[in-house]
Design a protein around this ligand. Structure first.
Ligand SMILES: Nc1ncnc2c1ncn2[C@@H]1O[C@H](COP(=O)(O)OP(=O)(O)OP(=O)(O)O)[C@@H](O)[C@H]1O
Length: 272
């Protein structure tokens, strides 16, 4: 389904991504982990053709997507939707219009400028919002929503493109643990129910272990691990993150310790 062959991206004299190769043969949920600067974002941006590669090929259904130009490149970008850490919504625009903007590549600029959308597209946007549990937010401005809701709007916008692959660049890095879970559950559902491949850059090991079928570990632009979550032992993680013996997994965790006594006290205060 996807074959990455010897892909490199050089900035100045330094390789941000250094000759990486791997194959994904089914619509899996793939996590890419590694410390800051490992090359994770650069790789996703090459997949989506936001950044050019210096060399290599990315084959999808027999076509090298790195060689696409003009309309063919734009068509690929709409089959390969991207979700960002900061959601990248238009804050003052309503939620439904933000979702409809997923069709931007396929619409005339004029129609988009005047916010003129065919009825069928509007209905589809509302159906997608409903599926993600946020239909009632459709008329609100995006900026009025919580971070978790905004990220679900961004996922809805991606689904509007009907993509084969969803690329997510640190999709939960700006969210609290509860919202992070809702967003990851949503991505997992889309992966399983729709059969869309998801490739997500993740900064926490526990998230990679919980949601991914496969984990790729990057360090200094290279792939240093490629395996299942079960193979991702603390020792392997230490290699990926380049940490010494004092490496502590909790430092890469999003989990908050449960403090039930404090929760009960808080609930009681609210009730009185
Ligand atoms: N446009 C650019 N110009 C120059 N150097 C860049 C550019 N983009 C990325 N780099 C460099 O490439 C390397 C890899 O960066 P990249 O953002 O891909 O890493 P990352 O693993 O995604 O890290 P983070 O989690 O912090 O985003 C870094 O050293 C970064 O400084």
């Amino acid at each position: 389904m996807l074959e990455v062959r010897n892909v490199t991206r050089i900035f100045g004299t330094r390789a941000a991504v250094d000759n990486i190769s791997f194959t994904i043969d089914r619509p899996a949920f793939v996590g890419i982990i590694g410390r800051s600067g490992a090359g994770k974002s650069t790789f996703l941006r090459m997949m989506n053709r936001l950044t050019d590669a210096s060399s290599g090929q990315i084959m999808v259904e027999g076509q090298d997507i790195l060689s696409l130009r003009g309309p063919a490149r734009r068509a690929w970008q709409s089959h390969c939707a991207m979700i960002f850490q900061q959601f990248n919504l238009v804050p003052r625009m309503d939620v439904a219009s933000n979702v409809l903007h997923g069709l931007l590549n396929r619409r005339s600029t004029l129609a988009t400028m005047f916010n003129l959308w065919p009825r069928n597209d509007i209905l589809r946007a509302l159906q997608i919002l409903d599926r993600l549990g946020i239909a009632e937010q459709a008329p609100k401005r995006a900026e009025a929503l919580s971070g978790g809701q905004q990220q679900r709007v961004a996922i809805a916008r991606a689904l509007m493109q009907d993509p084969k692959i969803i690329l997510a660049d640190e999709p939960i890095a700006s969210l609290d643990p509860m919202n992070a879970q809702v967003v990851m559950d949503t991505l997992k559902r889309i992966n399983i129910e729709d059969g869309r491949m998801v490739i997500a850059n993740l900064h926490t090991l526990d998230t990679a272990r919980r949601y991914c079928d496969r984990v790729i570990g990057m360090r200094d632009g290279r792939i240093v691990f490629d395996g299942t979550p079960a193979q991702l032992s603390t020792g392997v993680a230490r290699d990926i993150y380049g940490a010494d013996a004092s490496f502590n997994e909790a430092a890469t965790s999003t989990a908050i310790p449960a403090d039930t006594a404090a929760d009960h006290a808080y609930a009681e205060r609210l009730l009185t």
